[in-house]
Every structure is written in structure tokens, then in C-alpha cells.
Design a binder for this molecule. Structure first.
Ligand code: C5P
Length: 230
């Protein structure tokens, strides 16, 4: 289920900056963008409505994690907003993920976060008292996500092959931490290029600063899109 548009992480603090950024693209260029917690909490549902009114697709990255009933109701609200993709924490459990699916309905893509990539194996073992390797925990969460009927997971590009072989080749892997060759890595630690991500079977790549902070974001986007599509 490979998506040919790189998903642009709109990590801007204000509505104005989002408007100015999107205005640079030709009207007919329909984008797939990611809105995270900062922007959503600053602007509210209006930011989703605005982006949808321009004809773009939207991944609302809010990582829900609460009791099943609350997540079901919250997902029903997000479905009404018209999001194309959203997510939960797999740590909420199979029942919570099933409730998320029920609330969201079958249309939008629903994925889960396994272990945050900011969590080290030592932190996971100490803080969560999970006494396995980090990879085993990621694979366990991926299997639970599939069991709950979700579409896939957010993961490091380095985990895609193991996740697909433990779930199925159709299981969606959305991978951030993508850098075109020769660009600044920033605070990302283990990165892959768009063409490497394609080779290892990633379905969606998320790219933020290499596009949003580029001198010419439209050109940067086109170049990354070309590299991603080979
Ligand atoms: O600017 P950059 O390309 O690093 O942005 C990547 C986006 O993906 C950011 O919104 C970041 O929060 C998100 N992300 C990530 N690594 C993860 C999960 C999400 O970089 N493991």
C-alpha cells in the first residue's frame, strides 16, 4: 500500500506559518501532511478543516492512549473532521485499539505507535518493566496492533522488514527519520534516505525539516518525492 507522496510533517507553531508554507505550492499539487500535537492544540479542529478545504490529505498524529470508551468517542470526533490517517499508542492494549477502530470507522487509516524511538532499551526495561529486547517489544506491539484490526504502525525504517515478516506484507509501515542524501540530520539519530526506505518496503515516509526549512520547499519536496518514487 505504498503512498507515492512523502508525508510532510507540518511542525509549525501557528496557523499563519502553516498557511504561508502551503501557499507556496501550486494549487493542483495535492499534498499529504502530518499535523502533530503542538499545532493541533494551538489551532484546534480548524487547522484540519482548513487543510482539508485545500484538498490535501491529513495524518493527525495525536497518539491517543486512554480507556477504550474515551478513545472510541474521541475517534468518532476525528472521523467527523475528515482525517485520512490517525494513530494511538499500542500500549493502550488490544481492547483500546479495537475501540479506536470502531470509533473511527473503516475509512481512515489507523496506525499505532509501538515503542517511541526516543525510548532506549534500558529505559524501557527500567520504566515500563518490560524485560525483553526493545525489538521484541516492538514486534509484540506490532502483532497486537494487527490482531486489533488496525492498518499498521509508525516505526523506524530499520524495523520495517522484521515488522512485516511478523505481521504481513500488507501491514502498513510509516517511517519518519528520513533524510535525502547530503542533508542535515538534525536531532534524528538513525536515518535513511527516501530510496533506501523504498527498498526496505516502507509504505509512507514522513519528512519534516528537509522540506519545511528548505530555502525552496517546493523544489525540496519534488526532489524527495522523485527519490521516493525511484
Ligand atoms: O523534521 P523531521 O523530518 O525530523 O520530522 C519528523 C517528524 O516525524 C516529526 O514530526 C517527528 O515528531 C516525527 N517522528 C519522528 N520519529 C518518530 C516518531 C515521529 O521523527 N519515531
Amino acid at each position: 500500500m505504498r503512498e507515492n507522496r512523502p508525508v510532510i510533517a507540518l511542525d509549525f507553531p501557528t496557523f499563519e506559518e502553516v498557511k504561508a508554507f502551503l501557499a507556496q505550492f501550486p494549487k493542483e499539487e495535492k499534498l499529504f501532511v502530518k499535523v502533530g500535537m503542538e499545532l493541533y492544540y494551538a489551532c484546534g479542529p480548524d487547522i484540519v478543516t482548513y487543510i482539508k478545504s485545500l484538498g490535501h490529505s491529513i495524518f493527525l498524529d495525536l497518539k491517543l492512549h486512554d480507556i477504550p470508551n474515551t478513545v472510541r468517542s474521541a475517534m468518532a470526533v476525528l472521523a467527523k473532521l475528515g482525517v485520512d490517517m490517525t494513530n494511538v499508542h499500542a500500549a493502550g492494549g488490544v481492547e483500546m485499539m479495537q475501540a479506536a477502530r470502531e470509533g473511527l470507522g473503516e475509512g481512515p487509516i489507523l496506525i499505532a505507535v509501538t515503542q517511541l524511538t526516543s525510548t532506549s532499551e534500558a529505559q524501557m526495561q527500567a520504566d515500563q518493566n518490560i524485560q525483553t529486547s526493545l525489538t521484541d517489544s516492538v514486534l509484540n506491539y506490532a502483532r497486537k496492533t494487527a490482531e486489533a484490526g488496525l492498518d499498521g504502525v509508525v516505526c523506524s525504517a530499520h524495523e520495517v522488514e522484521a515488522i512485516k515478516s511478523t505481521t504481513s506484507s500488507n501491514f502498513v509501515c510509516l517511517t519518519p527519520g528520513i533524510r535525502p542524501s547530503g542533508s542535515a540530520i538534525g536531532d534524528q539519530k538513525r536515518v535513511m534516505t527516501p530510496s533506501e526506505a523504498r527498498t526496505i518496503g516502507s509504505d509512507y515516509i514522513v519528512v519534516g525539516r528537509p522540506i519545511t526549512q528548505a530555502e525552496n520547499p517546493v523544489e525540496a519536496y519534488q526532489a524527495i518525492k522523485e527519490e521516493w518514487n525511484g
